[in-house]
Ligand binder design. Sequence first.
Ligand code: BGC
Length: 775
Amino acid sequence: MQQHTYPLDAWCIRETAFDTQSHFLDETLFALGNGYIGLRGTGEEGYSGPAGTSLDGTYLNGFYESEPITYPETAYGLAKINQFMLNVPNAKGVELWLENERFDLLTGSVDAYERVLDFRTGVLARTLEWTSPSGRRIAVRSRRLVCFNNKHLFAQQFEVTALNFDGTIRLVAALDGAVKNIEAGDDPRVGSAVSGPTLHLIGVEQQDGFAALVQKTHNSGFTLVSATETVITAERAQAPVQEQEGLRLTQTWELPLKSGQSARLDKFGSYHSSRDYAADELLPHSRATLAEAKAAGFEALCVEQARYLADFWQQADVQIAGDDALQQGMHFNQFHLLQSVGRDGKTNISAKGVTGEGYEGHYFWDTEIYIFPFFLYSKPEIARKLLEYRYAGLPKARERARQMSHDIGALYPWRTIAGEECSAYFPAGTAQYHINADIAYSIKMYMEATDDQQYLVKYGAEIVMETARIWAGIGSYDREGRFCINQVTGPDEYTALVNNNYYTNAMAQMHLNFAASIAERLQADAPEEFARIAAAMALDANEPAQWRRAASLMHLPYDQALQIHAQDDSFLSKKVWDFANTPKENYPLLLNYHPMVIYRHQVCKQADVVLALLLLSDQFTLEDKRRDFDYYEAVTTHDSSLSSCIFSIIAAEVGYQDKAYDYFMETARLDLDDTHGNTHYGVHTAAMAGTWMGVAYGFAGMRVLGGELHFAPQLPRQWQHYTFKIHFRGALLQVHIEAGRVEYSLLQGEVLDFTHGGEQLTLTASQPKQSRSYA
Ligand code: BGC
């Protein structure tokens, strides 16, 4: 897919020419969302290009259809149903006709064009001039936003001005339910098995500018009301003609325009589903939401949107001086993360956010290990919502554990929307048991950063202990007395079903110890709460001690000869992939080789041991880290977008500045530059958050070790300075790093202790700033 070179503006992406070559990709890049509704960046008028050059999608985070997974050859316990995010009715459509000519950028000529997605206003704006095939010239200005303050609402404005003619124009506001999801092709990362309509119509409402489609999913049993309210502003506007054509509801205005005159349509759209409300409340909610939006008006919604974003940037902004491309990439990524993240405790953040159908709207470990830190340290209240989502999934994780023959405990699904395991390919799905430890790790991070004891007692403790039980269940002691975890897949999906994956075992060790310490602490400090939780999970009094024992005897593979941590028991004995003779077009390998061929080799799709070096940082010496990095770098393809950011962070730590920078840049503009060639199917949210980690963990050397916050800053030579902020223990800390000097400022809170390159520092409200030099 061809991509644009955008001007390097720090706070927006701007396109100055209409480009059919990059259209599909731009639909993703210019997508809008509020963590619930996602509107791809397609123009209001739609796109008439050939199949495969557009996906005019609208998505709702967490709203899904389900389908049985059919395995021609099945086996016990395989995931039974798939859940997938639906392409829901398109409510943003506006058709424009000049007499009998339809406004369509692929006909006539585009004389001027600009489209801007502004990260500070949250508005997508397009201004253009177009000449119809017969020579009528118009100017079009459209703006839209998806409201952060109301998850059900979006708003848009579409204005047309006649430039060189007098005549009748027709504006058609559409609510179109005749939409489809992408059908699965050869790329396992895209498309669901479903074809044809997924929502059936159960009712229609159309009166006085309000239009609604009431639909139901076939299998998941949800009702959805998609609705619009439109307001016309034009001289001599009559009441619109309302029509229904199948699943498409329209309101049409015939408007006489003289040259120089304009007509404007304000349209408000809403989505309410029975995942949030009782089915009979959906229409009343839709009416109320839209009536309120209409009364407030488009401009007022813009003001609210900008206010929400001002607050977000005040806390989250990462400023980088000296590299405009990077600054733009950074803001773009942060903005899209905010647009993608569910904030209601019932939804999470999917691998592609709400920008496209890649990975079907599923949530993965991407959330806990890649995305969570960004929210935890920038908007902790959102991080908490992500954790609440996992608590809501605990009953289904228990059920899944029983299906997997674990008598006790909970096993979280590898990929899911509503909590059921949806991975149809278990070697790179269910077998990734590390998901349990990843979730426990995020709870540990959360507790260290917030000390939110209420969360721990109400939700966290139960999750951590229930999931820890699975390690005790699947692990066993070998003849040498080592605790082994066999037949799992680690993060690296080019190696599957192995014994003692280093990452898994090391994270399980952390998890078991964390669970035991929670049990011990609660027993001592909050015995009543502990008794309640223990009763709820029928915890045996001996279990915490068993967890401690398994953790202390955990087998952590190490190769003495190479002096590196072995990815698993067999990895280092396999033949190294023949990289020299693998043509460039054969990457990603997953699209060109049978999984068995890949599994037989030493080749990694992504950081595995190297990720452990980051997450369990204090368990390794710098020398360990360097040797592991060198070894695994040579066998890693980075075919997963989750890889480069981790390699960047460890490269920075071990002193490989150039590599740190190169890997970092790969992550920072991964979507803007479409370096993985699939951004048209949606942004890569894990990599986006990896950019944030690259700055904080990578260049600023931030780590939280034993609950203590540490920094060990450095400045890439390409930059002049950089600044970011961290919420930690009720304080907001600003870290500003320039050549040889770092300034720490306490922006909120009473006191904060942390270390800078080993030196203990304390900031207080009365002494809120300290500077230090660094080598
Ligand atoms: C990666 C996984 C990741 C998934 C979703 C895959 O390509 O290998 O680690 O969870 O994408 O982003």
